[in-house]
Design a protein around this ligand. Structure first.
Ligand SMILES: [Zn+2]
Length: 209
């Protein structure tokens, strides 16, 4: 499933699947970083294309690569929380899940140049229990899902198929990519081409806040 059906969005109305707007804006998001070389490669492309995006970071990776994290913030991109160690919500007790996200929040604050706070959260694998959604929303988090999945992480698909997956983007779409080793091959092919095609279609890129 690449494009999320409307009925799913209606059932999971506590989560953000797209951001309707009148300005033809779309939202690039990158999950699972910071990752040496790959995140930096993404940052270079975005700078060259004059695009701001949103990075859903793993706390453990921020601890390992604080300089890349700082560079991402300095470049003006938006930051989101993606748990401390890529925890799967469906398999985790809610209390433990929320504690893991709190730990990531603390690391984001401590590692950021400006004690940056992020109230954006994306559940790893898109798998989160309704109770976990409720608890996070009580803490003020927005749960950011997507409507266009590039599947760049899927090593069984070709780079061409990955690019194809981004072609259903519409105004307000939230696109998911991964600045991770697993996605590298598909990402390196797809991202520059997708940006070019999306610009040709008149889309404007913005951050999620
Ligand atoms: Zn992830």
């Amino acid at each position: 499933m690449v494009k999320v059906p409307k009925f799913i969005k209606k059932i999971f109305y506590n989560q953000v699947w797209d951001i309707p707007n009148a300005e033809n804006k779309i939202y690039l998001t990158f999950d699972d970083g910071p990752t040496p070389l790959i995140t930096e490669w993404v940052l270079d492309i975005l700078e060259k294309e004059n695009i701001k995006a949103t990075f859903f970071c793993i706390g453990n990776n921020i601890e390992k690569y604080p300089e890349i994290f700082k560079k991402t913030i300095k470049a003006g991109h938006s930051i989101g929380n993606h748990t401390f160690n890529h925890l799967k919500g469906w398999k985790t007790a809610s209390k433990r899940y929320v504690e893991n996200i709190d730990l990531c929040s603390t690391i984001i604050q401590q590692s950021a140049i400006d004690r940056h706070q992020s109230l954006l959260f994306r559940p790893p694998y898109g798998k989160i229990k309704p109770n976990q959604t409720r608890l996070l929303r009580l803490k003020g988090f927005k749960i950011i899902m997507w409507d266009v999945l590039s599947k760049d992480y899927d090593q069984a698909i070709s780079p061409e198929k990955c690019l194809e997956n981004t072609k259903r983007t519409a105004s307000g779409s939230i696109l998911v990519f991964h600045d991770s080793l697993k996605a590298q091959k598909n990402l390196e092919y797809t991202l520059p081409k997708a940006i070019k095609l999306l610009k040709e279609k008149g889309f404007v890129f913005d951050t999620i806040n």
